[in-house]
Design a protein around this ligand. Sequence first.
Ligand code: SAH
Length: 352
Amino acid sequence: MDKTVSEKTDLRSLQLSELENLLTRAGYPKFRAGQLYQWLQQKGVTDLSQMSNLPKAMTADLQENYRISGVRMVDRQISKLDGTQKFLFAMDDDALVEAVFMKYHFGNSVCISSQVGCRMGCRFCASTLDGLQRNLLAGEMLGEVSEVGKITGEKISHVVVMGTGEPLDNYENLVAFLRILTDEKGRNLSMRNITVSTCGIVPRIYALAKERLSITLALSLHATTDEKRRKIMPIANEYTIAELMQAVEAYFTETGRRVTFEYSLIAGVNDSPQEADALGVLAKRVGAHVNLIPVNPVKERGFAHPDRRAVEAFQVRLEKHGINVSIRRVLGRDIDGACGQLRHRVLRGNQG
Ligand code: SAH
């Protein structure tokens, strides 16, 4: 079933300056790059034959020597409860990824995947069950955003990189994606409306801080001691919480953006009052906002979320530390809500 895709350069993954270099080297005037970029990034048109202001000889040449990564919808679930939509997309090699469209009072948001599968191994997460297949290209991540916008007919104002994959494990492609997404000649999204969520790859947090992208960083903390964190997140064997806190402080110093802590509440694992206090101390120290996510049960994982009262008690206790806390609104409960569940079910032949 595996389709091989050519090694040709993906035009959709290139920033405008790169496209200009590539086309001028191939003998075309520079303005042609601007036209091509506008088709690809602003109009979401990936079929060269539809790019009506480009000369035929040029599109034929591009067709032969380059590629434009495609993203096609293979499944879509629409929640009857809140309008959340979940998409399953196939890439040109048939690799599958999920994206989710959500409506909020502040605008429409797309949650995209950054990798096909994931190798981080978090114990509560469905996305990592089948391991990492490959990284997504910048053009493929842009394609997720673009297709969701086209299919729903809605304007996309917010993007969160919180779907399948560890974005900082696909660093170069992620940064190219963010630059095109926020480029005024590209998709022109506001940096402030973009969130990248990481399990905490410390050196990459420092690198991202230096990119001069003032996006929000969300750190998946999920535990307040290294010992506990190691039990649920293998990445905690590489970096300590103390190192993480230093990295997010550096991120704030460079970008002026405070991080968000994500904390998935798992009954009997990380939901004690003592842990609420310890989380409060950590969040206070770095000025973090905390996002509590009652863990989404994944059949293969056997974790359960605390009941609503316990979640609220945890929130109240945390707020006593002067922390800004939100409980992640559970959207799309009637569709395969948790990260990676739809893809996982399809890969396993719809048994789930
Ligand atoms: N790899 C990145 C982004 C993808 S996961 C990261 O680790 O942050 C997005 C968020 O969902 C993370 O906070 C992740 O820990 C959390 N998550 C994954 N599976 C979950 C589940 N079953 N229930 C609740 N949260 C989950």
